[in-house]
Write a protein of this length. Structure first.
Length: 303
């Protein structure tokens, strides 16, 4: 794929329109606090490169229903002048009934979405989020993956001023409390057993797990609006981002036996099938009986 001088891939006019519809980008430096999340995982960086693909695709499919959920707009290789070959993915996350009822009365639910743009140069990635209905809210996530080292002090080479406003949060995917609405016993990695012997994750598992890697995520949530900035940015970090990261990484570990050992071609085939099902649901089409049966078979095999 061709790229512009800004290192972003050349995208069709529809994608360019979506970016402009989401509102002007807010500089990450406008946020009051940087939060660095450290998430140990019971697998290697090389293993998780493929596991992440599987996890994201399946999570999108799980979260989608008729006319609501995640629509994948672009998912393709691209070349960055600075970082070399990578992969660009663009998604629209439709909120619909997930918003408070009073919000839906004020705004057209079918048009409310979060635009996600991700640039994957594993083991380094960058993701940006903007909202169609809150154009001044901007979230940027920088990610680095490192084998075994779970407490690197300044992996993102932050300046002293950024370190002064950085808060570090370590997430334990086995012990931390997940929102009860998202909890599933078949995803509880503190209880599950695994043919590979990597589960369950019992107290102190981080010091025993072999292999092990740490996912470092530096999250900038900026909402530079006087009188609301502190409250909104804190809510995004503590109620949304932290729970999302806990949920997603717990799922990745719980589903590990389904993706460990698969080739990249096999993972990409599963990803393509899941994204196709997801898009058809969000666009208002029912998934046909054959596809539903295939997914049921897949879930039975996974659990």
């Amino acid at each position: 794929s061709k790229v512009s001088n800004s290192s972003r891939p050349t995208k069709p006019s529809s994608a360019i329109f979506m970016e402009s519809a989401a509102g002007p980008e807010v500089a990450a430096g406008d946020c009051l606090e940087l939060v660095e999340y450290r998430i140990p995982m019971p697998c290697s960086v090389a293993e998780y490169r493929l596991g992440q693909i599987y996890m994201i695709a399946k999570h999108c499919r799980q979260q989608s229903q008729l006319s609501e959920g995640v629509r994948v707009m672009l998912n393709e290789p691209y070349e960055s002048p600075e970082l070399g070959p990578g992969r660009y993915c663009e998604k629209k996350i439709y909120l619909g009934s997930r918003l408070a009822s009073w919000t839906n009365r004020l705004l057209p639910g079918d048009g409310i979405f979060v635009l996600e743009k991700s640039y994957n140069h594993f083991p380094t990635t960058k993701t940006e989020y903007s909202c169609s209905y809150i154009p001044r809210l901007n979230i940027q996530v920088d990610t680095k993956f490192v084998d075994y080292q779970i407490d690197i002090e300044n992996i993102f080479s932050l300046s002293q001023s950024d370190l002064d406003r950085r808060r570090v949060v370590t997430i334990d995917i086995a012990a931390d409390q997940l929102d009860s609405r998202k909890y599933r016993a078949d995803e509880d990695v503190s209880q599950l057993t695994s043919p590979t012997g990597r589960l369950p994750l019992l107290p102190g598992w981080q010091s025993r797990a072999r292999p092990l890697h740490c996912c470092y995520k530096l999250v900038r949530a900026a909402f530079p609006v006087w009188g609301l900035q502190t409250r909104v940015e804190a809510y995004v970090q503590d109620r949304l981002v932290q729970q999302l990261l806990l949920h997603a990484h717990r799922q990745a570990a719980a589903w590990m036996d389904n993706w460990l050992g698969l080739s990249e071609d096999e993972i990409r085939t599963i990803e393509s099938q899941l994204f196709d099902e997801t898009n058809r649901l969000v666009e208002g089409e029912s998934v046909n009986a054959e596809t539903e049966e295939q997914e049921a078979d897949r879930d039975d095999a996974e659990h």
